[in-house]
Design a protein around this ligand. Sequence first.
Ligand code: ADQ
Length: 470
Amino acid sequence: RLIPRARSKGASLVVISNRLPDAPASSAGESERARNVGGLVSGLGPALSARNGVWLGWSGGRHADAHDLAIDASSSPVRASFDFRPEWHARFYNGFANRSLWPIFHGFAGRARYDESEWNAYVEVNDVFARQASKLASQAGTVWAHDYHLLLVGAALRRLGHQGPIGLFVHIPFPPIDLFETIPWARELIEGMLAFDLVGFHTRRYASNFVRCAQELAIGAARTERGVRAAGREVRVGVFPLGIDATPFEAPDEASGDEMSELQAALRGRRLVLGVDRLDYSKGIVERLEAFGRMLELFPEWRGRVSMLQVAVPSRADVPEYAEQRKAIETLVGRINGLHGEAHWVPVRYVYRSYGRAQLAALYRAADVGFITPLRDGMNLVAKEYVAAQDPANPGALVLSRFAGAADELAGAVLTNPHDREGMARDLARALDMPLDERVQRHAPMIARVRASTPEVWASELLGALEAAR
Ligand code: ADQ
C-alpha cells in the first residue's frame, strides 16, 4: 500500500542504507535471501516501530528519470525507496563504492581504482539520499546512516538544515592512514564524515584508524577523549560490535532435520569442514581452498576422511573483479579435486547459491570445523552464526581469521593468518584433531558472548549514544 508522502513526513527516526532490507518472507521468499540483512532488521525493527520510523534505501530498480519516493506503509518497518538512474548504479554503486572504497577500506590497495566521474556520482547520490531523508524526517528527528555508501550523507543533511542527531555506522573496516590517504578525495571524505554527531565501528582498531585519519587530514581537527573536535564541534567516535539473534540458529527446526540427514548420508561418516561467504575477494576463499589442499598434503592421514563444503552467495556479479574471482574459485576447486580426489571421495564440494536460515543452521550444525578466513572483514557474522548453531555438549571447532572483526570477541576460536597457507593448513588440522573437552571449553565463552550481544542491544546502545551526543 503506497501512502501520500505528506502522511509519512515527520518521522522521529529515519534509517538509511544503500539497499533496503529484504521484504518480509511473505513477499520475498526464503530462497531470495541473497542480500541477507536479517541482523540489521531484527536490531533496528523494534526501534523503528516504537518510534513510527522509516527505513530509506534504493529500491533496486534503475530508471532514467523517475526517482520519486515510494513508501510502503504496510511493511514493518515502514519502507521508503527510490530508483537509481542507470549511471548512478554504474558510477556510484559499482563504481566508487565497490571499486574504490570497498577495496581500499579492506586493504587491497592494488585493486582500488579511482575515476573522477565516479567520485562525482558518489557526491551526487549522497545528496539524493540526504534530500529523500529530509523529506521523511522531522526537523529534530534522528537519522542513522549505514555503511561506506553513505559517508557524505551527514554533511549533505546538515547543508539542508537538518537539526536532529545524525549518525553513521560503518560495517566494514576503516583503513590505516597510509592506505586512506591514497584516496584522491581523502580529505573531502574525512571532513564529510566529521559532520555526523556519532560515527560507530565494529572494533577499536577501526575507530582509532578513523581518529588518526581525521587528525592528519582534516583541517584543524584534534582528538578528544570521546572522538574528534573539528570546525567548532565534536564528533563522537564509538565501538559498537554488531551481534546476531542466536535463537533461530540454536533451535533446529523440523525442515532442517531432513536436510541434516541427507547431508550426513552424503558424508558417509567423513568429517565436514565448512566455509560460507558472499563471493568476494575479501573473504579469502581462494586462499582457504589452497590451505585445505595443502592440509591434505601435509597430513595425508586426513585423505578420504574429510570433505570441505564451500558455500558462496552470488554478489556484485556485474563488477569484473567478482566475475574473475568466481572463475578463480571454480578453477581451483576443479584442480584440488583432480589432484587429491578418488573415485569414491570428493575433497571439495562447492555451491554458488544462497540458502535460507534453517538450511544454513543445519549446515553449520553438521560441520566439524567452521573454516572462516577472510583476508579482512569488518565483523563477519557467519562466525557468530556458526558458534550459535553448535551443540554445546559436542561443538565443532572454529578456525577464524585474525583479520575479521569477530576475532576480537571470539577468543575461543583457533585464530589463523589467511596469508600463511602452511600455517592455515596446520591450524585446520589442529581443529580437526581437537579433543572434545577442549572444544567444549573453547565454545562456552563464545556462545555466552554471542547470546548476550544481540542486534537489539547494539541498536539501542548506538541510538542512545547518538542522541546523547547531539
Ligand atoms: P557481509 O560481508 O555480507 O557483511 P557477514 O557479516 O558474514 O558478511 O554477513 C553475511 C550474512 O549473509 C550472514 O548473516 C549470513 O548468514 C548470510 N549468508 C551468507 N551466506 C549465505 C547463503 N549461502 N545463503 C543465505 N545467507 C547467507 C558486511 C561486512 C561484515 C559485517 C556485516 C554486518 O562485510 O564484516 O559483519 O556487514 O555489519
